[in-house]
Each structure stands twice: as structure tokens, then as C-alpha cells.
Design a protein around this ligand. Structure first.
Ligand code: 13P
Length: 249
């Protein structure tokens, strides 16, 4: 049985005080939660939130990371700096990084390999644009992003990788992929992992769904065979909406 993994991506929201208030509420309200939990605040709030979630059942995540270890990279944040703050996992290849900041599969793969090399867990995001879905290419796009994102990743490191399927057209739009459509893509991603790493690794890898996950659709999504959790954006910004997702029944 795979565990469920519910992660909150706070994106570019919250001052330190706001982040602290949310993190405190989550620590209290999720303390008896049964699943794996992570919150990913902005870089500026990582240290604040690290102190609050320390010793709790909520892991600390970062939303991005530089592809280089250190050096002359103005404005970037390195894996060493993230580890220094107590970061456990890093979200890589988010569609906002791919499409607004033009990160390609090669760059994302470099980050994946660097994060794993330094012992972090990775949430590797994949997902198609609306035009790609309408052209019947959703599976193919996710397959390519998965294969290229995982290039060079050793089988022994795969247990520290979660894949998040986030159809771009469902992010922040209120449109959710139907549980059936999402599950079909999850199943195809699992097949790709099986081809690359074998059936057992494919059975074990966690594949989150992201894109307008809300308290009222979480349970239907999670009921699907290949959906192992959620990467939540908007609804992760308030304890009142994140907690019911994290404790879906
Ligand atoms: P929303 O839940 O706001 O659609 O965002 C999803 C997402 O991008 C999480 O990484």
C-alpha cells in the first residue's frame, strides 16, 4: 500500500508573520493526521516555518532551487542554502517555472539530480497545456517530461522522488481534471516509471495530482487507484481549506 502525500505549495504568498500563523495552525490541526504532509513556503519564510514545523509530522519544502551548487548566480538559491534551513524536499519543474520562466526539461533534470545528490526529496511536476490536451498529446507530454526529468536518476534514489501531475489548464482555474482523466494520466506515468525502473519501483512511486484540488473534490480524486496525494495551491493558503484536504475521508 502506498501512503498518501498531501503537499501545500504556497507559491508567492505570505509574509513571515502570515506564514507562521498558517504553519502553527497546521501543526496543531494535523498532529493526528495519517498521511505524509509537506508545506512549501516562499524562500523568505522558510526559516520561520522551519522552526514551527520542526518535530511535527509536517515536512518543509522549497518551491524551486538553482541548478548549480553555488557561485555567481545572482538571485538564485542553492541546494546547500536550502539544506542549511532544514528543507526536506524541493518542488521542481512546476508549470509556472516551465512556462513563465522558461525552464526546460534539461535544466529541470539538472536540478533533480543535484537535489538528490545532496539528499533532498524531489517533487517533480509534469503536466500538459490545454492546447496539448486538445491535440490528444497529454500522455505524450507527461511521458517526455517524466523521462527527461528523471534522466540519470539512479534506481536507488527513486524512492526520494514523487511525481506531481498538474495539468496546466487546471491550475488556479477552478477546473479540475475528472478523477477518471487524472487517473488515466497517472497510470500512464506509472507505466513510464515501470519501463525505466521496473514494476516494483513503479508500484511504489507516489504520484500526486495538482490543479484546483479543494475540500470537496479531494476524496474522489484520492479514491482513484493511481492518485497518491495532492499538490495543493490556492486551497493550501488557509488551514480551513487545507486541513480537510489533508484529512480527506
Ligand atoms: P491550485 O490548487 O491553485 O490550482 O494550484 C495547483 C498548483 O499549482 C500546486 O502546485
Amino acid at each position: 500500500m502506498r501512503t498518501y502525500y498531501i503537499a501545500g505549495n504556497w507559491k508567492m504568498h505570505k509574509t513571515r508573520a502570515e506564514a507562521a500563523a498558517l504553519a502553527k495552525a497546521l501543526v496543531t490541526r494535523l498532529k493526528d493526521g495519517k498521511h505524509k504532509y509537506l508545506v512549501a513556503p516562499s524562500f523568505t519564510a522558510l526559516e520561520t516555518v522551519a522552526a514551527i514545523v520542526k518535530g511535527s509530522n509536517i515536512l518543509l519544502g522549497a518551491q524551486n532551487m538553482a541548478a548549480e551548487e553555488q557561485g555567481a548566480h545572482t538571485g538564485e538559491v542553492s541546494v546547500l542554502q536550502l539544506k542549511d534551513l532544514g528543507v526536506h524536499a524541493v518542488i521542481l519543474g512546476h508549470s509556472e517555472r516551465r512556462h513563465i520562466y522558461k525552464e526546460d526539461n534539461g535544466l529541470i533534470n539538472k536540478k533533480v539530480q543535484l537535489a538528490l545528490y545532496h539528499g533532498l526529496e524531489v517533487i517533480l511536476c509534469v503536466g500538459e497545456l490545454l492546447s496539448e490536451r486538445e491535440a490528444g498529446k497529454a500522455e505524450e507530454v507527461c511521458e517526455t517530461q517524466t523521462i527527461q526529468g528523471l534522466a540519470g536518476v539512479a534506481a536507488a534514489d527513486l524512492s526520494r522522488v514523487t511525481i506531481a501531475y498538474e495539468p496546466v489548464w487546471a491550475i488556479g482555474t477552478g477546473k479540475t481534471a475528472s478523477p477518471e482523466d487524472a487517473d488515466a494520466i497517472h497510470a500512464s506515468i506509472r507505466q513510464v516509471v515501470a519501463r525505466l525502473y521496473g514494476a516494483e519501483a513503479a508500484q511504489q512511486i507516489l504520484i500526486q495530482y495538482g490543479g484546483s484540488v479543494k475540500p470537496d473534490n479531494a476524496a474522489q480524486l484520492m479514491a482513484k487507484e493511481h492518485i497518491d496525494g495532492a499538490l495543493v495551491g490556492g486551497a493550501a493558503l488557509k488551514a480551513d481549506t487545507f486541513v480537510p484536504i489533508a484529512q480527506f475521508q
